[in-house]
Write a protein that binds this ligand. Structure first.
Ligand code: DX5
Ligand code: ZN
Length: 217
């Protein structure tokens, strides 16, 4: 199974954004992870389309855009135009999730669904085959630098089981509190993609952290 790392630019130094983007371009990371927060769905505001646009201009890897916003269906086309390759919405923010996923794919992006720590995986049983990326939140969304919620390991197993039962092709992403110490455990449990912010941009040697996350088995 391919191990993917998606550095979250939320933890990058925004006064040096271009050099952070170039660092990730040169690294063994696979995607850019961009956390969009509206101060309503989550108690924090991060950035929106102009930053996604800027990253897209310089990035040589796909953009994995994580929307932590209410009514995300209002902005599907805007994020497509800004350069998102994968667009994830929160299960908890979508009344008509099936329609929203359809619109994301119709716009030409991969469709992702993120689950808050308290939301069970089994709620996705009737829609898993439509989901390209399932993001299991291993912290309460809104901030970088929080501690990993260990119960996520069980959710990775549950997600794997559901995906194979339904013969889905969904990738499992784990987002929040990922570091060089827990990465191998998460990959071994069945994660396909690990998002990491603090553990990469807060590290003395970000390139080495990315390698360690990918290599440890
Ligand atoms: C949390 C975000 C995460 C966050 C990860 O709301 O969705 O992507 O940036 O940051 P770390 O790796 O510092 O927990
Ligand atoms: Zn995220």
């Amino acid at each position: 199974m391919k191990k993917r790392i998606a550095p979250s630019i939320l933890s990058a130094d925004f006064s040096q954004l271009l050099s952070s983007i170039e660092l990730i371009n040169q690294s063994r990371a696979d995607w850019f992870h961009l956390d969009v927060m509206d101060g309503c769905f989550v108690p924090n505001i991060s950035f929106g389309m102009p930053v996604v646009n800027t990253v897209k201009k310089h990035a040589q890897k796909p953009l994995d855009v994580h929307l932590m916003i209410v009514q995300p269906e209002r902005y599907i086309n805007d994020f497509k135009v800004s350069g998102a390759d994968i667009l994830s919405v929160h299960y908890e923010a979508c009344t008509h999730l099936h329609r929203t996923l359809f619109h994301i794919k119709e716009a030409g992006m991969k469709a992702g669904v993120a689950l808050n720590p308290h939301t069970p995986v089994c709620l996705l049983k009737d829609i898993i085959t439509e989901i390209d990326l399932l993001a299991l939140m291993s912290v309460n969304p809104g901030f970088g630098g929080q501690a990993f919620i260990t119960q996520t390991l069980e959710k990775i197993h549950e997600a794997r089981l559901l995906i194979s039962e339904k013969k889905a092709t969904t990738l499992i992403e784990v987002d929040g509190g990922v570091d060089v110490l827990n990465a191998s455990k998460l990959f071994n449990a069945g994660a396909d993609v690990l998002v990491a912010g603090t553990a990469i941009f807060g590290a003395h040697d970000p390139l080495e952290s990315i390698c360690k996350m990918k290599n440890r088995t």
